[in-house]
Structure formats: structure tokens, C-alpha cells
Design a protein around this ligand. Sequence first.
Ligand SMILES: N[C@@H](CCC[C@H](N)C(=O)O)C(=O)O
Length: 292
Amino acid sequence: MQIRFTKMQGAGNDFVVLDETQGRLGLTPAHYRFLADRHFGVGADQILTVRPSPAEGIDFEYVIHNADGGEVEQCGNGARCFARYVRDKGLTTKDTIRVQTLAGVIAPQLTPDGRVTVDMGRPEFDAARVPFDAAGLAPVAQGLGQKWPLALAGSAQDAPVMVAVVSMGNPHAVQLVQDVDTAPVAQTGPLIESHPRFPRRVNAGYLQIVDRGHVRLRVFERGAGETLACGTGACAAVAAGIRLGLLDARVDVQTRGGLLTIAWSGQEADSVFMTGPATLVFDGQIELPDTP
Ligand SMILES: N[C@@H](CCC[C@H](N)C(=O)O)C(=O)O
């Protein structure tokens, strides 16, 4: 079967975008893995699929698959690319688009400077809801936040890693580091991603605080490995940093692929807002292999 796709990127987090507004393509996890493959397929961190409105008052549904083929709840950079895609492809004329994701309804807004701002919903710090199995662990309190000790079996370091656990619809474990350039992302990222205390696995964030309004961030993503940027990771890291008393309400996040700006009041009931770029790279078509 031959399919059309669009390649997009947001701060270097790259996507294959599929249009299912006129009907389902019927792809399997193996197809998503093939599309994400950088040698045999197109190459992407995630596959985004755009579907028609599932309900009154909602404009579209968009579905997210990681490079490993698994469907996931949320994707921040993807949300911005989704909004740019539906506008550039003439699927809507709206500036603010209400879209159903597995994690709930979010509202990307196209701004006059070409970037996209997304209301990403409220951060969830309750360990059980992240989900994080905190049984028998004693958190360290800091500001209004908490850091949990995470023992990493198979890691060169003896001391547990201290992580703030946050859900932005998808799970994140954020640790503070002195310098993201020397942080052991490749070594500890996979251990944290698959740590047994995270029953749905987790995205592992490494946060360097530059000052109260500027941070640097790397994220080892669940189901994709380290990416050049992770939008929900930026939201989770800044929300955690604000709760720990380390950051102000508006923070520029420098990732390896670009700059994201995150704003959050610090009130648990309030949404986190993310602003950043979203770029259409090229359109293409590809023959899918006969995979189950
Ligand atoms: N790159 C995304 C997050 C994609 C999903 C993530 N890997 C997960 O499994 O939760 C972003 O920009 O938020």
C-alpha cells in the first residue's frame, strides 16, 4: 500500500504526519515503526495521525505513536506541528484549534509571529496518578514540591537519582543536573525509562537551571530515545522547577533543537502554556511493506 505523508519538526523533534480525516489507513504498530525508521523508512521520533472531530465543540482528534510503535497520550511539539499542519493543509481556517488527544482536549493557537502556543492542561504531581509507585519511599520536600529517590540497578552510580515526578498527560521523571552537556543521558535514560516504579514507563528529563527564567533541558523519551526536544518534557521540567521554588512563572527552555517558552502560574488548577516553532519540512509518499 502506498501512503502520502508530511514530514514536520518542532524544535528538532521530528514527525511523520498522516491525514486520516477522509478515512482510516489501518496501520499497525509495525507500520509506525517502519515509518519512524531512519534507515529503511522516513525517520521520525513520533507519528502523528490527524482524524476528524470526534465530538461537538472539538475540531479534530490527533493520535500519537512513538517510534517504537506504541500509542501514547500526549506530545507537546507534536501539538504545535498538528496545528500548523491543519492550517497549512487547509483543513481549518481557525487560529485556535480544539483537539482531542488520548490525554484530553488541548487547544493549540497559531500566533502572528508564526509560532504556536498550546494550552497543555494542568500538571499532575500526585505520584499514583503519574503513575509512579512510591510504596516504601520517603520523598524529600523542597518548596512546594517533592523529589523521590530512584535506585538505578545496573548504573555506575551508587546513590539513588532524585526525581520529581510529573504527568502532563504523559509521565515524566525530572532530575536536576549541573550541566546537561555532561549529564549521563545515554547511560541512565534507558534505566529510568523502564524503571519498575513507573508501570507505564516514563520520559526521563535532565534539567540544568541557568537562572530563574532560563534552563537547559535534555530528555530521553519513552519509546523514542533521546530527542532534540520534548515539549511535554519542557512543561514537566518547568512545572517541577517552579514547584521546587527554583524558577519563575515564565521560563525559556533551551533544548538541543531549539527554544521553547513555558509559562505556568504555579497554581495546581492552572494550565501550563508552551510556545515554540512548528515547521513543515516536506511532503512525500512511501510504499508500506507487507507487515502484520
Ligand atoms: N516528543 C513529545 C513526547 C512524545 C511522547 C513521549 N515519548 C511519551 O512516550 O510520553 C513531546 O514533544 O512532548
